[in-house]
Design a protein around this ligand. Structure first.
Ligand SMILES: NC(=O)C1=CN([C@@H]2O[C@H](COP(=O)(O)OP(=O)(O)OC[C@H]3O[C@@H](n4cnc5c(N)ncnc54)[C@H](OP(=O)(O)O)[C@@H]3O)[C@@H](O)[C@H]2O)C=CC1
Ligand SMILES: CC(C)(CO)C(=O)C(=O)O
Length: 295
């Protein structure tokens, strides 16, 4: 099969470097200095215990050619629409699309933009671009989670099996995606709002964290997803992460980089309004973070 990995950052770079070892034809799509470095020197992966380098067919999306059986989007959520449109002429209704971007509406967006077979998914990994051409992956955390059309799931899992990549196919994929989202939405919002790491938030703003998690679970309920049990689980996770751990949105705010505020906080406020429910904690923090971003 021909597989496209769109976005070769922390997530996509690691996936592409792993999938290139399979029998499939893998093309990676990137841009800027990162693309130039991958084209001239290959893609380097730095893990705790080892470093490895792969040669990867990497291009810009404008240079895409041919047909793709599988497209794995690994861009930030705000780049998903544009990158899906850019690859649209290289897929058809038999292609399989999946986004591993954080968020709970990525699959809906891909379905709006194409008539391909869209899988729902999310990913657990800790990785980032260390410098152009180099991806740094921390610890042993790795699990891709996906579900949807049975044949498509079977095809994607056979690819992950061949690459020796861990994955889960939960019986309820929507709940699984929300389970990842409730934690990252609440703690991305809180760590950014308080400019504090996850453990600080847990220790000093526990009640607010609980209230925010409850608001997110209420919005999930409007989608028919019951994740009230994840309120307690998320709090326990936050109480156990290493002291220096924060979220990528918090770091993006600190470094004045583009962030996923709309996906991680704004989405909850908008969906709550649409469904006539109150989310006062999330609304207060979202509006304040919007203001801070402009100033
Ligand atoms: N990194 C992690 O540990 C985890 C990340 N996630 C989620 O996964 C998603 C991806 O995150 P991550 O990999 O860290 O993000 P990165 O910013 O590291 O990687 C995304 C890459 O995609 C590139 N890109 C975006 N649009 C295009 C385009 N049109 N053409 C070519 N390249 C493009 C970006 O380029 P440029 O820099 O120029 O914009 C960037 O290099 C996010 O939603 C994140 O929240 C989820 C779990 C863990
Ligand atoms: C915390 C992490 C890395 C979890 O996978 C994440 O998704 C984020 O910070 O955006």
């Amino acid at each position: 099969m021909r597989i496209a990995i769109v976005g070769l950052g922390g997530v996509g770079g690691y996936l592409a470097a792993s999938l290139v070892k399979t029998s499939h034809k893998v093309a990676g799509f990137a841009r800027g200095e990162h693309l130039a470095k991958i084209q001239t020197s290959g893609l380097k992966i730095v893990e705790d215990e080892k470093e490895w380098q792969v040669n990867l067919c990497a291009k810009s999306l404008q240079e895409a050619d041919g047909y793709f059986d599988i497209v794995i989007f690994c861009v930030k959520s705000y780049d998903l629409e544009e990158s899906c449109k850019a690859i649209a002429s290289h897929i058809d209704s038999n292609s399989i699309l999946i986004s591993f971007s954080n968020g709970v509406s990525n699959a809906d967006l891909l379905r709006e933009l194409s008539d391909a077979k869209v899988l729902e998914g999310c990913i657990y990994i800790l990785s980032h671009i260390q410098q152009a051409g180099v991806i740094c992956k921390k610890g042993d955390v790795f699990a891709a989670v996906f579900g949807g059309d049975k044949d498509a799931v079977q095809k994607l899992s056979s690819v992950f099996d061949e690459a020796n990549l861990r994955y889960k196919i939960p019986s309820d994929i929507k709940a699984a995606v929300w389970k990842k989202y409730i934690f990252i939405s609440a703690f991305a919002t809180l760590t950014t709002y308080y400019d504090a790491n996850i453990r600080d938030v847990y220790e000093n703003h526990y009640n607010e964290a609980k209230a925010l998690l409850r608001e997110i679970a209420e919005v999930a309920q409007t989608k028919g997803v019951d994740i009230y049990d994840e309120i307690e689980n998320s709090l326990q996770t936050a109480g156990k992460v290493p002291y220096d751990s924060s979220t990528s949105m918090h770091l993006d705010f600190k470094n004045r980089k583009r962030d996923e505020l709309e996906t991680l906080s704004g989405y909850i406020v908008k969906e709550a309004k649409r469904n006539n429910i109150e989310v006062p904690f999330m609304e207060k923090m979202y509006l304040e973070l919007q203001k801070r971003r402009i100033s």
